[in-house]
Design a protein around this ligand. Structure first.
Ligand SMILES: O=C(O)CCC(=O)C(=O)O
Ligand SMILES: [Fe+2]
Length: 253
């Protein structure tokens, strides 16, 4: 862990001094804010989870901003997509993602985490993706009512590498399965156990980052049918869940 003085110094270096007018804004990092802690999903190269990405206050303001868009005024509306210029709150969210990754890079460098097990998948997000402009230009907001989820898929190739998912309001388990796992199960029964589904617990305010293998070689899904949302030996209580997915469209040449 970084010592507090280093932390404050680092925040000043990366974000500058915070002005008084920003002090009440939950979207702005403050000196003294906790450094986000990143967890690598060790079975899947390029998959990272930041559980404390958004403070409760930031979650509420984000939910209000999303609902204020008026996209979900009817119960039948459960998905909104935007391309190009994103709403201000989504641009702020992208900036927060970049900040959290930068802080994560700093922490891992200062604790030698980055080199501890050598693999290239240890990088939170490759720097060429982190510094592209804009970081994201496509947004999907999904609203899931209890029982609703999303089938196993790899995100479309029309999107670049480097995908972020922010979870709000209620927890769920997202399962990851290797793209070729289906054929492995048929051909070599036992392999199924080894490469089977990897569950990841997405709590409100958490951020998932997928790049490289996690983005291209693994499918992700949320199955909210009875018996599939197990965590810690218990079935999660389902409530409405909102997710915000940010991606960048591939340039067509
Ligand atoms: O809602 C989620 O958490 C995932 C959404 C997703 O995978 C997608 O829109 O491609
Ligand atoms: Fe997806």
């Amino acid at each position: 862990m970084l010592k507090m003085e280093n932390h404050c110094e680092l925040l000043r270096e990366v974000f500058g001094e915070s002005s008084d007018s920003e002090d009440d804004d939950p979207q702005h990092k403050q000196i003294g804010d906790p450094i986000p802690s990143w967890e690598q999903i060790k079975e899947i190269n390029g998959l990272w989870l930041c559980r404390d990405f958004l403070s409760p206050q930031h979650q509420s303001s984000l939910i209000s901003a999303v609902l204020n868009e008026g996209w979900f005024t009817e119960d039948s509306h459960n998905q909104a997509m935007r391309f190009g210029d994103l709403p201000a709150w989504a641009t702020e969210l992208s900036n927060s993602i970049r900040e959290a990754v930068l802080l994560g890079h700093h922490v891992s460098k200062s604790t030698d985490l980055a080199t501890s097990n050598g693999a290239t998948g240890d990088c939170l997000l490759p720097l060429n993706l982190l510094w592209r402009e804009p970081l994201f230009d496509q947004l999907i907001v999904n609203v899931y009512h209890p029982g609703e989820g999303i089938c196993a898929h790899v995100d479309l190739m029309r999107f670049e590498d480097g995908i972020a998912i922010v979870s709000l309001e209620s927890s769920c388990v997202m399962h990851f399965t290797r793209v070729e796992a289906g054929s492995n199960i048929v051909e070599q029964g036992e392999l199924h156990l080894r490469v089977g589904k990897i569950p990841v617990h997405l709590t409100p305010g958490s951020l998932v980052l997928m790049s490289g293998e996690a983005r291209y070689l693994w499918k992700h899904e949320i199955n909210r049918n009875p018996g599939f949302q197990m965590w810690g030996g218990q079935e999660l209580i389902q409530e409405k869940r909102i997710s915000i997915t940010l991606r960048k469209l591939r340039q067509v040449e």
